[in-house]
Design a protein around this ligand. Sequence first.
Ligand SMILES: C[S@@+](CC[C@H](N)C(=O)[O-])C[C@H]1O[C@@H](n2cnc3c(N)ncnc32)[C@H](O)[C@@H]1O
Length: 344
Amino acid sequence: MIYYVDGFAGPGIYTKDNTVGSPVLAAKHAQELARTSAQYTLQCINVELDGCVFQNLEGSTKEYSDYVTNRHGDFGQFVTEILGMIGDKPTLFFLDPIGLKGLEWQALSPIFNRDAKTELLIRFDAQTARRLTGNDSSLHGTFNAILGEDSSNYWMEYLARCPQGAQANRECLTTAYEDKLIKHFPYVGRIPILSSDDSLKYYLLYATKSLKGMQVMNDVCFATQGLRDRTIDAERKEASVAHQMSFFDLSPEDEILQELEALKLAVLTELEKVDSTVRDELRGLVATRGESFGRFSGSQFTAVLGGRPRGLSVPKEFENLKGQLQIHNDLTLGNDKVEISLIR
Ligand SMILES: C[S@@+](CC[C@H](N)C(=O)[O-])C[C@H]1O[C@@H](n2cnc3c(N)ncnc32)[C@H](O)[C@@H]1O
């Protein structure tokens, strides 16, 4: 059995427009999974603080009661009980508060310290972080509690090294939080969630101890990004807002080339650090670097390594890494288990 814990669940279905929220999406998935021949089942545990919203959550998850447990109250108060319920089963925690309230480090640390397989998706509201670390020093303690720090020195050092500007500020504060998470989860990926005008709404942070997890979530984010772009294009079309070509817009071919060159550089950087690695670990390592999370697909990887990518037309001028790589086992380059090192 595996678990999904939704610490800040919301109503399940939003009455305003019937949008389906995370607890119902997860419950549906648990039900569908139970109808397959999968070797494992999924159980969902949701927590919601607001009384009215909790009533809605109960209603919207009623038909999935075999797979769902709901609790009413502050997530932090339920951590011990939930850890007892899930035991040593693999668990994904989705922590999606409004602002940063509810993410106090002390309340969450038993989750971070779990030995069993644990993955996190945390909404990190970098704009709130900025507000809490601004001129009003009475708010600094609130951010210190989120980070589990006794003083403000920790994040002030990040800000002291940070370039000027609001977005740089948001990024540096997010890095400060990620660097705390990395002590428990060696791999952390940052997914910017953008508004339709491309401004940053918040970051979704993914934390895991597994490179395979990193690679799988990278692919999910890559696919979701495509979905978002298609949605925005459709919205623009509907509103008849032409997307004006500017001098700075690249042709699709140049765009592919630019991405492949960026990935090639990232792959070389990671390969230089290790004696040899398997392909999916290499993908996980690249995903872990700075802005790379969710940026590159499996097909782009295959192209960079010199294999034949499915569904991607590689510009002729692209020079792949085939000549610089040694393949250690008898697998094709598209295979996740293929072992690779750099010819030095
Ligand atoms: C952003 S919404 C969650 C949205 C949800 N993930 C979805 O997909 O629909 C955050 C929810 O957390 C609830 N909440 C706020 N503080 C909480 C706390 N300390 N413990 C549990 N729930 C909390 C709020 O009432 C709100 O319904």
